[in-house]
Write a protein that binds this ligand. Structure first.
Ligand SMILES: Nc1ncnc2c1ncn2[C@@H]1O[C@H](COP(=O)(O)OP(=O)(O)O)[C@@H](O)[C@H]1O
Ligand SMILES: [Mg+2]
Length: 428
């Protein structure tokens, strides 16, 4: 007491508690308590008093008091004062930290090396679907069916050696869905007892998924490019090249044998036919590469041209609702929308089994919207069971990516009545 409260024995003994020092113990609450004890024979257990002492500053004390009598009629009070200021501060800090961990949407788990859970925050509840009371005391890796990138023995070895570990885990949620998480572990060695570890998990399933999609997409783009080059090369070599060789032979014959008018006339008309064909071939190839109508006459005319060819080949009737007064759009927007129509019509032809399709284009001050619908079977039942987003092939992903780059978006809705592709692009 002397040391803690910086008073001497001489200043203290035989004096009223309330008068000690510079009357620092003249605390109304204490006075009230002590008076109660003498008068009513009560006792005080772990009573917390906060007081701002002149020299010591604010302290928190735990008071315990008992009444006893050394001689009958002479009640005394045994008073013990515990300065718990430091402990209280620690507890407050811990409580604040726990509240923070509770608030974060990251998954925070405290568990021992065997996996037994001691702490499971709200983020963990949200992510895995298991409540605290269901998890605490149970094995986390068992509950989440954790899959490690390497053996747990290796993970544990690294953890014990360096104090931490980081890697990707696969967890299974309560509803059975698999999630990929980036997991960070920090080992906390307790003075007594087994070490525990703090595990913080971040759901990166979506990121992984889009990385995978991007890989698929770029692979697809390369394949498409190769295929297109091969097709053009074959077209030029097998067909156009052969026709030009034939035309040249004809011309040589005419040059050598110029006086034979009858045979020259035959060769000439044959040559003209060949040159016509070559011209047509080259136009087709050029159109495959890039529809020239798109640059010259704009999206509407190019769409009409595309749809005519499509209906003829596929025997699918396509209704067009294209406003004549739409005007020209920026070049990259026109190309993107044209490719969306092209890919969507290909999908209608390849996947839908539809008899009819419709294309609708609209423009207002802010954006252009395009809709391609068909009356086909929609997404086949096998695919819809595995979840729509995962069923997207690279065609749909490619269109999405293309429009996203223009600040727009693309949505595909499959239903029993057919499929609707909706694209929106801002014109600003
Ligand atoms: N109009 C449609 N009708 C029915 N199913 C479609 C239609 N469009 C797309 N699909 C389905 O969506 C899948 C993904 O399409 P897409 O991304 O273009 O890839 P791909 O055409 O290469 O398969 C298709 O495989 C098909 O199952
Ligand atoms: Mg496709």
């Amino acid at each position: 007491f002397y040391r803690n409260f910086q008073v001497s024995k001489e200043e203290t003994e035989g004096r009223l508690v309330y008068e000690l020092g510079n009357r620092q113990w003249n605390i109304p609450k204490l006075r009230e308590l002590l008076e109660q004890i003498t008068d009513q024979n009560t006792r005080v257990d772990n009573f917390e008093v906060g007081h701002d002492f002149p020299h010591l500053g604010p302290r928190t004390m735990l008071l315990n008091a008992r009444r006893f009598e050394t001689r009958p009629g002479q009640p005394m009070i045994f008073l013990s004062i515990d300065d718990v200021t430091g402990q209280r501060k620690q507890l407050e800090a811990l409580k604040r930290q726990a509240a923070l961990l509770e608030m974060t949407h990251e998954t925070v788990i405290v568990r021992d090396l065997k996996g037994i859970a001691y702490f499971w925050n709200r983020g963990a509840e949200e992510m895995y679907g298991w409540g605290k009371e269901e998890v605490l005391g149970k094995s986390v890796p068992e509950l989440l069916q954790t899959k490690f990138p390497k053996s747990f023995a290796q993970v544990k070895e690294e953890l014990l050696r360096t104090g931490h570990w980081e890697g990707e885990l696969v967890h299974v949620r309560r509803d059975g869905e698999k999630r990929i998480v980036n997991s960070r572990w920090a080992l906390q060695k307790e003075n007594e007892g087994d070490p525990v570890l703090l595990e913080i998990n971040n759901d990166i399933t979506e990121r992984k998924q889009s990385e995978e999609n991007l890989r698929k997409l770029s692979g697809y783009l390369m394949r498409v490019q190769d295929e297109e080059r091969r097709r053009i090369a074959r077209e030029l070599h097998d067909s156009t090249g052969q026709k030009l060789v034939a035309a040249k032979l004809n011309l040589e014959t005419i040059a050598k044998d110029g006086r034979n008018k009858v045979s020259a006339k035959g060769s000439l008309s044959q040559t003209i036919k060949l040159v016509d064909e070559v011209t047509r071939d080259i136009r087709t190839v050029a159109q495959l590469l890039h529809p020239p109508l798109l640059d010259e006459a704009g999206l509407i005319s190019a769409t009409r041209w595309l749809v005519d060819g499509f209906s003829e080949r596929s025997k699918i009737q396509v209704d067009l609702a294209l406003p004549p007064d739409i005007g020209r759009l920026p070049e990259n927007v026109e190309i993107a929308l044209f490719r969306v129509i092209q890919e969507s019509l290909n999908n209608v032809h390849r996947h839908s089994g539809a008899k009819k399709a419709a294309i609708e284009l609209k423009r207002n001050a802010q954006h252009v919207s395009l809709q391609i619908s068909d009356n086909g079977k929609g997404l086949s039942s096998v695919l819809s069971h595995t979840g729509q987003t995962k069923a997207f092939g690279v065609g749909i992903l490619g269109m999405k990516e293309r429009l996203a780059q223009l600040g727009g978006s693309l949505d595909v809705t499959f239903s029993k009545k057919g499929t609707v592709v909706k694209a929106v692009v801002p014109t600003e």
